[in-house]
Write a protein that binds this ligand. Structure first.
Ligand SMILES: NC(=O)C1=CN([C@@H]2O[C@H](COP(=O)(O)OP(=O)(O)OC[C@H]3O[C@@H](n4cnc5c(N)ncnc54)[C@H](OP(=O)(O)O)[C@@H]3O)[C@@H](O)[C@H]2O)[C@@H](O)CC1
Ligand SMILES: Nc1ncnc2c1ncn2[C@@H]1O[C@H](COP(=O)(O)OP(=O)(O)O)[C@@H](O)[C@H]1O
Ligand SMILES: [K+]
Length: 493
């Protein structure tokens, strides 16, 4: 199994169809899925403990019947509640139900008394509308009982593609999914309701999923570790890349310095801060390893970038919104370097995403790092972004329009590339929500791009490193700490 691949719901269904078409009966897949669930349940149950299994009307319920049969064979006391009449089951789910010879009661009659575990096999990737009525009431009862819950495929009520709660959802202690995680396991609020996730190999060959587009991934080191820059013995500082970070005016220079420090810490051989003359003294008072150059106009930026040793430029943090910023972005892009645009550089193109795309296409590689508000402003009139059915589709469409890699920041950060790849961060911490944290992220991406790392991988690595550093540091984290704690995380790789 390719462990960092994730499958959209439609792709999971297609993988299932292709595997069955290649000669593996659907019932074999379901048997493996149910066996995986039973195995996870055993680890959560005392010997001969009581397990309540909630089965829905589709194949998710079918997995539940398989698990019920296996657990009953092992001597566990199984109570199975089914939503709807048994005669309404069809296909593999009906076959799985026939193989289970224990009692089946109505879902409405289920109680959790003395249960050591509830297995939630109500709905998986086939959820098509909000949960209500008897199912919603049952979910509320189980959630109130406090009994541990093992979710089959995904907690019932979570949309597999968006992670949204459809009406209500049953929070799980553990989730067992099949072949690969789905976007809903990683996106909020779904991520918070899955508990620990394990993926069971049910025999869908990797090659079956290789051609799926868009290609979705969990943002984990396996995705980008091979492209992470590592200095060679014979290197020198300029071979390790030289990043240029543009500073804002006198009263808002901190953001650029945070970014510059991030770029240096992630391994750029040299970092220069390009500062308005009026702010040179302020910047000089705070910098040691980072160099300083005066720069007030697009023309001056052009002259500065005649030095071919500069490999990447970061623009936006604390820079100010307006025409002057737009002109700077254009000047930077024209020089064909790696370009990272954040904050005010993005807001300066509010409502003009296509224009920004044209500008960005001149850069060697371009990464944009909008948070939710910047995303909304930049793409307010762009078709297919604000009205996308979920965040990864919005991110992919955004990347296509701006012809750049886009990092959609937030509690469930997504990196999307115009080539159709997208990666969702699997693990992070809300302690990152602190002033200036995004500026450090900008610096980390810039530092990686300055060292020649490809834009998508650089963006993914930066997002992961930033989050990992936040997790390791934990409570009390402020933006300054991120760069200083980064070497420890880099060492761990
Ligand atoms: N694909 C694979 O490779 C494998 C898949 N496997 C398993 O199959 C699962 C997917 O199965 P699935 O497609 O049958 O969908 P599932 O989640 O059981 O629900 C569909 C049923 O629910 C109903 N329904 C929907 N929303 C509703 C609502 N709000 N309120 C009430 N009813 C609602 C819907 O009814 P309808 O919309 O048709 O009226 C339909 O009857 C997947 O998660 C995994 O566990 C494994 O066996 C291994 C191989
Ligand atoms: N709830 C959260 N959980 C995890 N990360 C978060 C959360 N909220 C914000 N972040 C991260 O913190 C950073 C904030 O960046 P940004 O909004 O640009 O702030 P600033 O401009 O103050 O630096 C982003 O990397 C974002 O992904
Ligand atoms: K489920």
């Amino acid at each position: 199994m390719n462990h960092h691949r994730i499958l959209a719901v439609a792709h999971m269904r297609e993988a299932d169809r292709l595997t069955i078409a290649s000669g593996v009966p659907g019932m074999v897949l379901m048997e493996r899925a149910g066996a995986g669930v039973a195995q996870a349940a055993r680890a959560m149950l005392a010997p001969t403990g009581r397990v309540v299994i909630l089965c829905g009307p589709g194949n998710n319920g079918g997995d539940g019947f398989i698990a019920a049969r296996r657990l009953a064979e092992d001597g566990y006391r199984v109570t199975l509640g089914l939503l709807g009449p048994r005669e309404r089951l069809s296909g593999d789910a009906a076959a799985a139900a026939r193989l289970y010879d224990g009692p089946v009661i109505a879902l409405e009659d289920i109680t959790c008394d003395e249960a050591g575990l509830v297995i939630d096999a109500l709905f998986g990737t086939g959820l098509t509308r909000d949960l209500e009525g008897a199912v919603a009431a049952c979910i509320a009862r189980v959630a109130r009982s406090g009994v541990p819950v093992l979710a089959v495929d995904i907690p019932s009520g979570i949309d597999g593609d968006s992670g949204a709660i459809r009406g209500v959802a049953l929070p799980a202690t553990r989730t067992v999914t099949f072949a690969a995680r789905k976007p809903g396991h990683l996106l909020l609020p779904g991520r918070d309701l899955c508990g620990a996730i394990s993926v069971v190999d049910i025999g869908i060959p990797d090659a079956t999923c290789d051609g799926f587009a868009p290609a979705l991934f969990a943002n984990e080191p396996a995705l980008w570790r091979d492209t992470l820059p590592r200095p060679e013995s014979d290197t020198h500082k300029y071979k390790r890349g030289h990043a240029l970070v543009l500073s804002g005016e006198m009263h808002r220079t901190g953001a650029a310095r945070l970014a510059a420090r991030g770029a240096l810490r992630v391994g750029a051989g040299a970092v220069t801060l390009a500062s308005p003359r009026a702010a040179l003294a302020v910047n000089a008072a705070h910098l040691t390893a980072i160099m300083l150059a005066p720069c007030d106009t697009p023309e001056e930026l052009g002259v500065l970038l005649e030095d071919r040793r500069f490999t990447a430029v970061a623009l936006g943090p604390g820079y100010g919104v307006g025409e002057a910023t737009r002109a700077m972005v254009k000047a930077a892009a024209r020089t064909g370097r790696g370009l990272v645009l954040d904050a005010d550089a993005l807001t300066s193109f509010a409502g003009e995403a296509y224009t920004l795309g044209m500008v960005a296409s001149a850069a060697r590689a371009c990464v944009l790092t909008p948070h939710e508000g910047e995303m909304r402003r930049l793409f307010e009139s762009a078709e297919g972004v604000r009205d996308a059915p979920n965040r990864w589709q919005a991110a992919l469409r955004a990347a296509e329009i701006v012809r750049s890699v886009v990092i959609c920041k937030g509690g469930d950060t997504i990196v999307a590339s115009p080539d159709g790849r997208a990666a969702i961060l699997a693990e992070t911490t809300p302690y990152l929500a602190t002033a200036g944290s995004g500026d450090v992220l900008t610096g980390i991406v810039t530092g990686l791009i300055a060292q020649g790392m490809p834009a998508f991988e650089a963006a993914c690595a930066a997002v992961w490193l930033h989050a990992r550093t936040g997790i390791v540091y934990g409570p009390g984290l402020i933006a300054e700490d991120l760069s200083e704690a980064l070497p420890g995380v880099l060492r761990g790789l």
